[in-house]
Write a protein of this length. Structure first.
Lengths: 335, 295
């Protein structure tokens, strides 16, 4: 038995070691994950309070309050946007130290109450303005992320592995002998998966809404449009990965390489507010980030078409670009 | 001379470690069953896949109705690959309908089902078909666009004798419609039965080309005498005869049967189990491609 086991083990190891693409991803992916997690979540401990500062950047030497420990200061250049964040308790206090010191506090926020005490100890003459507004329930904030995550996995893995299976089985080779073009084949896959995802997402939306209830201030049709463009972009991304490879392990590695950063950086579980600027810049290269930003803007803030138009345009453009690249690089058969 | 339906010109296919096709040229006239024969590794599947337009050649070209392969060829060609997988979870009818939807013109799905005797299987999950039934389904898919040229790449490999003969009858009925068929096969009986013209390939090159009868006549003016090998004395191998070993028997080719028989009797070779027969395609194939096992 040991001999048979050893024979199979040896053969499998040889197969694995000779599949260089898979080997590279198997080794590189965990290394990249460790480095990525370290960059995003490393550094000093998280502060107790988040205080918005009306400024394009924080000049810590400009005021003694900015030296307070356990407070994270976040530069917010636009007053309206900053007040909006305070209203939703995404920050605990908002200060303007550029002229006569003034500040805004959310009277419904317990952390705002403490942060105000800290500010007044350092700047007793600061002029007070108050806003009110309940903190968003985490479920209201999380809900679009859950829908988006489900969409992402279905788009990337569902389509990617199906195309790979078709290629390995020789079904694609048979289709290649017909007038069918790569673009037609890929478009059919995209549309098939799109229909499935829209149905599943609608069921989740209705089901979770019925069970736990959630906040939606926006237009439902706008959310449908967003779901369509978001799903198209991510399905097309999955197709570009599966367009030419024949190894399940390699394609699995590539898909993991896409899904893990999106899971961590697209804001499914937590806001990237306060994370390094480059992290936010990278996050905005992912379709899922645009889906979630726009979905939260619509559902939580009642944003309209004009406000989320940049997200929609990004998703439409990436869907076309990924589909075109997928069709261009598509392989019908195993080389 | 009428223009060929397909013309293969100086076809070469090279891979990093080997040359699969080394300069092959031939013409396939319209309305014939054209056989491409050869041992394993001869380059016939590579040649056919280049002809089908799914594999690019390293050099040379294939022309269909005088034009390079293009959209018209894809519309008018029906293909049955040596190995083909279909989509899972579809019935026989759905599998045929899927492919019918890929062509502008073609036969009605029910007509194809009837043509390939699949009526009783039309609603069955295609994964539950036997080998012979699946080949009939694949043939139905190859016929769904009512093709002008039908490629059959080793279509009966792995089938039992009954299913094979059943498949041959189907091909003969298609052939009767004057469709052009390009058949690759290992089975000489199949080629002899179905093909009007053949090309025999070996090591990427054509070693013989023409109608089977003509080729046999060119290579075998003689008849074959077969004797069991174990009854053939070693001393008789020194006789002035053309003697060939063929697995369990010894073959002697001759154009003078009486003289050969006298020689064998004089050498006391037992003739109790002697068989005399004309040469067939298998003899031609072995004559041209050799009998030794290839590495």
């Amino acid at each position: 038995m040991i001999r048979r086991l050893a024979s199979v083990l040896h053969a499998r190891n040889l197969e694995f070691l000779r599949d260089r693409g898979t080997l590279a991803f198997t080794v590189l992916l965990p290394v990249m994950l460790v480095i990525g997690m370290g960059l995003v979540f490393g550094g000093p401990e998280r502060p107790l309070f988040k205080v918005g500062v009306l400024a394009t950047h924080i000049d810590y030497g400009s005021h003694p309050f900015l030296h307070e420990r356990y407070v994270e200061f976040i530069a917010l250049p636009h007053e309206a946007e900053a007040v909006h964040k305070l209203t939703h308790q995404q920050i605990d206090l908002l200060v303007d130290l550029s002229g006569v010191p003034r500040y805004w506090v959310n009277t419904d926020s317990p952390k705002g109450y403490i942060a105000e005490k800290l500010l007044l100890a350092a700047v007793p003459a600061a002029r007070r303005q108050s806003v009110s507004g309940a903190a968003l329930r985490y479920i209201d904030w999380l809900f679009p992320g859950i829908l988006g995550m489900n969409m992402m996995f279905s788009c990337l893995f569902g389509v990617g592995y199906v195309v790979l299976r078709y290629r390995k089985s020789g079904f694609l080779k048979r289709l290649h002998a017909t007038p069918l073009t790569a673009f037609e084949f890929l478009s059919a896959q995209v549309l098939s998966r799109l229909g499935l995802i829209l149905i599943v997402t609608a069921l989740l939306y209705a089901g979770i809404g019925a069970i736990i209830g959630f906040h939606n201030s926006g237009n439902l049709l706008l959310l449908v449009l967003l779901a369509v463009l978001g799903a198209l972009s991510m399905i097309a991304l999955g197709l570009t990965v599966a367009a030419r490879f024949s190894s399940e392990e390699l394609v699995g590695g590539l898909l993991n390489m896409l899904t893990w950063p999106m899971m961590l950086l697209s804001g499914i579980w937590f806001s990237l507010e306060g994370s390094p600027r480059w992290v936010q810049w990278v996050a905005h290269a992912f379709p899922l980030t645009h889906v979630l930003d726009a979905a939260r803007a619509v559902m939580l803030d009642g944003a309209g078409l004009a406000q989320i138009a940049p997200n929609l345009l990004f998703l439409a453009a990436t869907a076309l670009a990924f589909l075109a690249f997928g069709a261009w690089s598509f392989r019908w058969r195993i080389d | 001379m009428t223009a060929p339906l397909i013309e293969v010109r100086d076809l070469v296919k090279e891979y990093p470690a080997t040359t699969a096709v080394a300069g092959v040229s031939f013409r396939v006239p319209e309305g014939v069953c054209f056989g491409l024969l050869g041992p394993n590794g001869a380059g016939k599947t590579t040649t056919v896949e280049i002809m089908e337009g799914i594999l690019p050649p390293t050099a040379g070209e294939v022309r269909y109705r005088g034009e390079p392969l293009g959209p018209r060829f894809r519309e008018e060609a029906g293909i049955l690959f040596q190995k083909t997988a279909l989509q899972d979870f579809l019935t026989v009818r759905q599998s045929i309908a899927l492919f019918r939807g890929l062509y502008h013109q073609g036969l009605d799905v029910d007509a194809v089902i009837r043509l390939c005797a699949l009526e009783k299987l039309a609603g069955r999950d295609r994964r539950k078909l036997s080998g012979g039934q699946e080949q009939r389904l694949l043939l139905a898919i190859a016929l769904v666009n009512d093709p002008a040229v039908l490629f059959l790449d080793e279509p009966t490999t792995g089938l039992d004798p009954q299913a094979r003969r059943n498949f041959w009858e189907l091909v003969q009925s298609i052939k009767a419609q004057r469709k052009t068929i390009l058949l690759t096969t290992h089975y000489m009986e199949e080629a002899e039965l179905l093909c009007d013209e053949i090309v025999i390939m070996d090591r990427g090159r054509i070693v013989a080309q023409g109608p089977p009868r003509q080729l046999l006549h060119e290579h075998f003016a003689e008849v074959l005498l077969e004797l069991p090998r174990q009854e053939f004395p070693e001393t008789a191998r020194a006789l002035p005869l053309k003697i060939l070993d063929a697995s369990d028997r010894v073959e002697i080719t001759t154009d003078d049967i009486e003289s050969t028989l006298r020689t064998l009797l004089a050498a006391r070779v037992p003739l109790g189990r002697l068989r005399i027969r004309p040469a067939n395609l298998e003899d031609l194939f072995l004559e041209l491609t050799g009998r030794e096992l290839r590495p």
